[in-house]
Ligand binder design. Structure first.
Ligand SMILES: Cc1cc2nc3c(=O)[nH]c(=O)nc-3n(C[C@H](O)[C@H](O)[C@H](O)COP(=O)(O)OP(=O)(O)OC[C@H]3O[C@@H](n4cnc5c(N)ncnc54)[C@H](O)[C@@H]3O)c2cc1C
Length: 334
């Protein structure tokens, strides 16, 4: 049965869900609202069909919605409603092996790469993967950041997107994460948990490892940006209306000197040196699979593979299905 729900029905459903999730739901129940992304395979397919990859390479960094050529498919990909290969193939079928298609596939590749790192290293991704290349701070995340009240229009607008829609543009994620880690000297793990709590596409691997990439614990250098970069990719959307003293208004050598004057403290080494890489046979049972229970075939699905395209499901369409929820599904739920 397919329900065709109107906006008021969706809000009523969201309120009902908030009621059912008492204790897990973070905000007052009265503030429950329907997500701007409709769920379901039909919606995901129609968004995939509407996505035009032409111009992606040159516009993907622009944070203005009307200019940015990004797909906004991440919540569907994250929850397995769309498969990565399926998305890549749909683009190939419609646009061929085009420059923009290749850039788009490269981004899909990042997701896959983070996932493979997570599979190999498990929960070690929540600790520094390498030694930081600059001195990092250990402050907790201040309320002004958590609530988008920094006074910096670019930061507050991005944070509002996160809190109100569960989505933040990739370039804005990079700016906010860099501001959190390098300007405010907040422990990157605090930022990681905060994003994960709010992102509809919140994914353990892509999120934690991107924060580490920004921090320089999984990259050869920290990611920083300046005002010129913000203006280039947002026009005057933010800067023209911002009266705060801009911490990004400098060229890169000056910014580096300002942010990283302190040397890296001894003992800030990451985990890689002391950690043995796990063999594939030691990996947690996180993939989909099939087992026989009392002579009956069961297909079991993990939270990362909730798709009708799941290979085990496709191979045994008539089998009973069991959904496994692992610890990660509940991380930061309260
Ligand atoms: C600090 C930080 C945290 C992040 N946390 C997450 C997260 O929790 N979940 C998540 O899916 N992505 C995360 N990303 C990556 C990226 O920001 C999002 O995947 C992207 O913004 C999703 O929007 P889109 O679907 O419009 O992307 P598009 O540009 O249309 O890309 C298509 C798809 O490719 C994948 N993709 C694109 N860029 C990246 C990337 N840099 N890393 C990994 N996959 C990518 C996503 O599945 C995305 O849906 C994070 C990036 C940063 C800098």
């Amino acid at each position: 049965m397919v329900l065709n729900l109107g906006e008021s029905d969706r809000i009523r459903q969201a309120e009902e869900l908030a009621w059912q999730l008492e204790g897990l739901y973070l905000e007052p129940r009265q503030s429950a609202r329907a997500a701007p992304y409709l769920g379901g395979r039909r919606e995901a397919l129609s968004r995939l069909e509407a996505f035009d990859v032409r111009g992606y390479a040159s516009t993907r960094n622009d944070v203005r919605e009307e200019r940015s050529g990004v797909s906004r498919l991440s919540p569907y990909i994250r929850h397995g409603v769309l498969g990565l290969r399926e998305v890549a193939e749909a683009v190939r079928e419609r646009y061929g092996d085009h420059h923009d298609s290749r850039k788009f596939w490269a981004e899909l590749g990042w997701r896959q790469f983070w996932k493979l790192v997570h599979r190999a290293w498990g929960d070690a991704i929540y600790e520094p993967m390498e030694e930081a290349k600059v001195a990092l701070g250990e402050r907790p995340l201040p309320a002004e950041l958590r609530e988008g009240r920094t006074g910096l229009v670019c930061m507050d607008a991005a944070i509002r997107d996160l809190l109100e829609t569960g989505y933040m543009h990739n370039h804005a994620r990079m700016w906010v994460a860099s501001y959190v880690v390098h300007t405010c000297k907040v422990d990157w793990r605090e930022g990681e948990r905060w994003f994960y709590q709010h992102l509809l596409d919140g994914d353990p691997a892509s999120n934690a490892l991107s924060w580490q990439w920004i921090a320089s614990t999984f990259s050869h250098k920290p990611y920083i940006f300046n005002r010129e970069n913000v203006r280039k990719y947002s026009g005057d959307t933010f800067c023209a209306s911002c009266s705060a003293s801009c911490p990004f208004d400098a060229d890169y050598p000056e910014l580096e000197a300002r942010l990283f004057a302190r040397p890296v403290p001894l003992g800030q080494a990451g985990r890689v040196a002391g950690l043995e890489q796990k063999g594939w046979q030691d990996l947690p049972l996180a993939q989909s699979g099939r087992s026989k229970a009392g002579g009956k075939t069961l297909v079991w699905l993990h939270g990362d593979s909730l798709s009708i395209l799941d290979p085990a499901l496709q191979a045994y369409p008539e089998a009973d299905r069991v959904l496994f929820l692992t610890r990660n599904c509940y991380r930061n739920a309260s």
